[in-house]
Every structure is written in structure tokens, then in C-alpha cells.
Design a protein around this ligand. Structure first.
Ligand SMILES: [Zn+2]
Length: 326
């Protein structure tokens, strides 16, 4: 890239609203003995590096590791408490966003908008009442399953059962539509994916999933899924996890997944869902969240218009958040 090109990429990146729909920083921080403020030599994401990476809206996931299956609600609440403490302790640079208005406030005061999500519907322990309380606690997105089975449905690791959503899973989707929460189909079995699309009256997201046509991994979406997600107005966050990128995990491969998703679903269905702090290794040049401008440079080099790049960087997720959460 020429010097002029690099300046253009930088200007475009920092002028855009950048949204990252998934990270596992809440679970990684305590294990690594670090806090959210940063900058830290450990881990892949903190507030200081998010600023450097030009990120405006970051989803923070309370991930229910299978080790906590029997105490899933307890685990979720502890992670939510950690989220609250970290956000309050850094309220000069970050705010807990529960609405579009909150995001606008963050943008206008140069703060990062932190979105709280849950990864693993087992946290609801089978109760729509707990779902409603999670909404009150400020949770605005739920990844319905992780890889295994829970009360809401079967994850991708259970594909042999042919299972999709349970009846409770369907009710949870309807209730999330009503409350104004994002339904996240990443990790869900393919049958579960189709169940969600037939039940949901709102667009849904796949917060961190790539294209199966380029990397045949069950965590990725096939072309029919991408088309259907796009037709319903949904967005998939392209993730940087090497296992979901393919044989040659690299920035070029991340860009290839973006290309493919756009070719199949159009420019309105693609975003970024890094999974920072949820993966041990990352492509060279994308080692942490401060490196996100590399995506903008890569998209410019591939000839995308500024408008299309802005959509991928965050415009598409902003549209869905505006529609579903308000
Ligand atoms: Zn995940």
C-alpha cells in the first residue's frame, strides 16, 4: 500500500463506527490476572488497545464454559458483576450501552460503548423469568447455545442428534424479540439455526462465525444459511479464530471470508466478530484489537467502496442494533 493509501485507510478507519460483536475478555481477564483498562502485555483486548484499534462498540460476552454447566446462572452473574465493576472503574473511557441512545452518548463523548452479552443459554437455567431479569441487568444479546445441548437447543457439537431449538428455545426467541435483545445463532446446530429463522420476527446475528464454503467447520455458516440470514436483515461477524478461517489463517483469509459472505449475502449482512481473548492464536497482523485498522486497509486494497467498508466495520451491526434493541 502506498503512503497515500495508508493515510486514506487510517482516516477511513477512525472516521467509521467500528463494532466488534464478540470477545471473551470477561473470562480471560481473571485467569490472566489483568484488568480491562490496560494496556497489558497479556491477552488480546483491553480499553487502551480498543481505543488504538478505533473500536466504538464492543460486545463483552459472559461465556458459560461447560465446566460451569451445573452452576451456569451463578457463573453468568459473577461474570456480569465483573463486567459492572470493570465498566464502573473505567467510566471515563467506557459506558455500559443498553440502547441506541447510550451508543450515541458514547460516540459523542468519545467513549467506548460496552455491550453485555451471554454466550450459552444455560445461564437462563430454563427460565424465561431469568431471561427477563437478564434484560434488566443490561444483557442485550444471547448466544443461545455453546457447542453442547442446553435447555434452549442443541449446539453444533450435537449435530448428530438432528436437534434444533426446544420449545423453550422457541419461546425464548419470541421473548427476546419482545424485550429487544439480539438472538445470536453462532454455535447453534444447523437445525437450530433454521428454527430460529422461522420463529424470530426480528433479524438475528451470528456474532462470530465464518463461511463454510471456505472452511468446512461446523461453526461456520453454509451459503444457504448466509443467504437466509441476509434476507431477514441479519448480520454475521467474521471471526479471526484460525480454526474457522481455514488452512492458511491470515489477514488475507479473513478478507476472503468477508468477500465470500458479501458475494453470497450482499454487503449488508457482514460485520466483524473477532473473538479476541477466546482463541490462543491469531493471524499475523491481527494479534490484538489494536490491529483492526489492518482490516480497513485490506478492504480498500481489494477495491471496496468507502460505503461498503463502513458497513462491514460496524454500520451493519449498528442497523440491527437500532432495529432490535432501539
Ligand atoms: Zn464462541
Amino acid at each position: 500500500m502506498t503512503f497515500k493509501g495508508a493515510v486514506m485507510a487510517e482516516t477511513l478507519h477512525y472516521d467509521s463506527i467500528v463494532v466488534d460483536s464478540h470477545c471473551d475478555t470477561l473470562t480471560a481477564m481473571p485467569d490472566e490476572g489483568r484488568c480491562l483498562a490496560g494496556p497489558s502485555a497479556k491477552g488480546q483486548l483491553d480499553l487502551s488497545r480498543l481505543k488504538k484499534g478505533g473500536v466504538n462498540v464492543q460486545f463483552f460476552s459472559a461465556f458459560i464454559d461447560p465446566d460451569y454447566k451445573l452452576t451456569a446462572l451463578h457463573r453468568a452473574l459473577e461474570l456480569i458483576d465483573l463486567f459492572y465493576r470493570e465498566i464502573e472503574g473505567n467510566n471515563n473511557v467506557v459506558l455500559h450501552a443498553k440502547s441506541m441512545l447510550d451508543i450515541e452518548e458514547a460516540l459523542s463523548s468519545d467513549k467506548i460503548a460496552a455491550f453485555l452479552s451471554i454466550e450459552g443459554g444455560e445461564a437462563l437455567e430454563g427460565s424465561l423469568g431469568i431471561l427477563r431479569l437478564m434484560y434488566r441487568l443490561g444483557v442485550r444479546s444471547i448466544t443461545l447455545t455453546w457447542n453442547g445441548r442446553n435447555e434452549l437447543g442443541d449446539g453444533v457439537g450435537e449435530e448428530k442428534t438432528g436437534g434444533g431449538l426446544t420449545r423453550l428455545g422457541e419461546e425464548a426467541v419470541v421473548e427476546m424479540n419482545r424485550l429487544g435483545m439480539l438472538v445470536d445463532v453462532s454455535h447453534l446446530s444447523e437445525n437450530g439455526f433454521w428454527d430460529v429463522l422461522s420463529v424470530s420476527r426480528q433479524p438475528v446475528i451470528a456474532s462470530h462465525s465464518n463461511c463454510r464454503a471456505l472452511c468446512n467447520h461446523p461453526r461456520n455458516l453454509n451459503d444457504q444459511q448466509i443467504k437466509a440470514l441476509a434476507n431477514q436483515g441479519g448480520v454475521m461477524g467474521i471471526t479471526f479464530v484460525p480454526d474457522f478461517l481455514g488452512d492458511n489463517p491470515s489477514i488475507a483469509q479473513v478478507l476472503a471470508h468477508i468477500d465470500h459472505a458479501i458475494a453470497v449475502g450482499g454487503p449488508d449482512c457482514v460485520g466483524i466478530g473477532s473473538d479476541f481473548d477466546g482463541t490462543g492464536s491469531l493471524p499475523t497482523g491481527l494479534e490484538d484489537c489494536s490491529r483492526l485498522p489492518a482490516i480497513t486497509s485490506g478492504l480498500l486494497e481489494r477495491g471496496y467502496s468507502e460505503n461498503a467498508i463502513k458497513k462491514v466495520l460496524g454500520g451493519n451491526f449498528m442497523r440491527v442494533i437500532g432495529q432490535v434493541i432501539k
